[in-house]
Design a protein around this ligand. Structure first.
Ligand code: BG6
Ligand code: MG
Length: 217
């Protein structure tokens, strides 16, 4: 039997941090004199911090010097870090620990494949870091999702062929990255938005043991 590997996105799959990213971007937008809605925040899912700021400035029709751009990137992250400082295991999304535990018991290699540069401290805070055999995050990649780089590095680190990897993602860019890497993409969230995924679940509570078992076979 071929070795199978599992790769999890972080924000929106393991923890509900999208709300904190939103609050931090909204604060910056308000300081710059414009509104930023939760709907617009959808565009930011799976997208690198730098690209998010570029989109935010397009929304506000603001042009920035390199110096201002760099300062605002830092400001946003300081605010975001203040929110995640308070995080604990209560903010893990439903049934995530059960799925990780199930895979661990079966000795299945597990990686994180996230765009975030804050991934490791978040996993540490919520107590899930020990489950991961490899952490590939925003510090490890040169190309952002939908480029498959993040997932291909994760597969390599796990010693698993890309086409034997399963990816859980809540972002369109992430599903596209998994598909481009020739991996099995599983959307966690709204199937109407994540329609490019091979399978879709609202959250992990909808995914039963039989489905997971079938993926391992
Ligand atoms: C992704 C989030 O996981 O990480 C994006 O979905 C975020 O919204 C990106 O912009 C980068 O995160 P960070 O923590 O490096 O600013
Ligand atoms: Mg995500």
């Amino acid at each position: 039997m071929q070795k199978v590997g599992f790769i999890f996105d972080l924000d929106g799959v393991i923890v509900d941090t999208a709300k904190y990213h939103y609050l931090a971007w909204k604060k910056l937008a308000n300081e710059l004199g414009f509104e930023f809605t939760e709907e617009q925040n959808e565009l930011f899912k799976g997208v690198s911090r730098k690209r998010c700021l570029e989109i935010l400035l397009e929304i506000g029709n603001i042009s920035a010097t390199q110096n201002q751009f760099d300062t605002w990137m830092v400001d946003k992250n300081i605010d975001y870090l203040a929110y995640i400082e308070e995080m604990d295991a209560s903010e893990i999304l439903p049934d995530v620990p059960q799925v990780l535990e199930y895979l661990k018991k079966k000795n299945i290699p597990i990686a994180l494949g996230s765009a975030s540069k804050n991934a490791k401290p978040i996993l540490e805070k919520v107590g899930l870091l020990p489950y991961f055999d490899s952490i590939v995050d925003g510090n490890s990649v040169t190309k952002a999702k939908p480029d498959p780089e993040v997932f291909l590095i994760a597969a390599k680190n796990l010693g698993v062929e890309p086409n034997n990897c399963v990816v859980f993602e809540d972002a369109v860019a992430g599903i596209q990255a998994a598909n481009a890497a020739d991996m099995l993409s599983i959307g966690i969230g709204d199937s109407a938005i994540l329609f490019e995924a091979k399978h879709n679940f609202k959250d992990f509570t909808e995914m039963d043991a039989a489905f997971l078992e079938a993926l391992l076979a």
